[in-house]
Design a protein around this ligand. Sequence first.
Ligand code: PLP
Length: 393
Amino acid sequence: MLTTISGFDRIGEENAFAVLAKANALAAGGMDVINLGIGQPDFPTPPHIVEAAVKALRDGHHGYTPAPGIPALREAVAADMTMRTGVDTSPDNILIVPGGKVTMYMAIGMFGEPGVEILYPDPGFPIYRSMIEFTGATPVPLPIREENGFAFSPADVAERITEKTRLVIINSPANPTGGVSTPDDVRALARILEVHPNVAVMSDEIYSRMTYDGQEHLSLGSFPELRDRLILLDGFSKTYAMTGWRLGWSLWPDALFDKARKLAVNAWSCVNAPAQYAGIAALTGPQDAADDMVSAFDDRRKAVTAALGALPGVTCAVPKGAFYAFPNISATGWKAKPLADALLAETGVALIGGPDFGTLGEGYVRLSYAAAKDRILEGVGRMGDFLASNPPR
Ligand code: PLP
């Protein structure tokens, strides 16, 4: 009998990948599946980005790169961050990583151990809690409530910080709710963190370029006074439709950068070179394709929330960011996961039950509207027909 560390008895995963596999299997068996489960843009990576990777390979960039990333990409990220936050950002604090998720793995791994507490959003991206559990730290849920626009409440953060708190995880715009924190709430959070100088914060801003209705995204990177303990997670997956490239970046405080770099050297050496050249093209090249994607998401967002809100027993807040709708289904009488399972098996509509994002996700399902508009509306139509003819089980 092999014995591994106890963390593996507690580690979770991301059910969106299991639903994707099930949906693909049903589609392979001939079912007309509408996949509103997985969170990835349905657009191709813009051609100039693809070309930059191809050119990099043709030019012979097929070897190892420096572990923190090629200098030109770190400079491009730092310039982008300086521009977006108004705070001068050095490439020396930028680490290029294989996908946005890796930053949460590193940051939670750096702070989590038995006896300490880590605050994380509930409902929220499932890997936060999974990784916290893996390290043996105590996960402290930060409620993300519909009545607060699906944004965290600064008062909730303040109440939950104890002398055991080492890390606070914030995500805005948010998965799975599409909520966006108001600039006032972000400023209030910064003030709270100022009085807790030993608490680090990881701000997951992977959807930062996707906001609607003129909603401002205020980055936690905009507060120079937090730069000594802010880990900012961002990347290319969502903004540039590059989920399969596995390319992300993070900003680290001076005191943590070398630890992060060493982790990178131990685990993956460097991110694949052509993807990094593609990243330079993404950040420094034309932004029209990325902007067009946001416009298309905006159009679908309005359509999907209106259609969901018209279903019996369903209400749907209009999300201000990311590309997810998080309708409240509690008045249908269905629990979220049985509904998600039945919808996939019986109607071919793949979506994710809210409890896959935390206990406070009960009563909700998540639909990704990163799919063609007619297919999204067809999916919501099938959900309506199903609810009309199937009492809760
Ligand atoms: N953070 C959030 C909130 C996400 O929703 C996702 C992906 O769904 C990630 C991070 C991970 O992004 P990546 O695919 O670049 O690892």
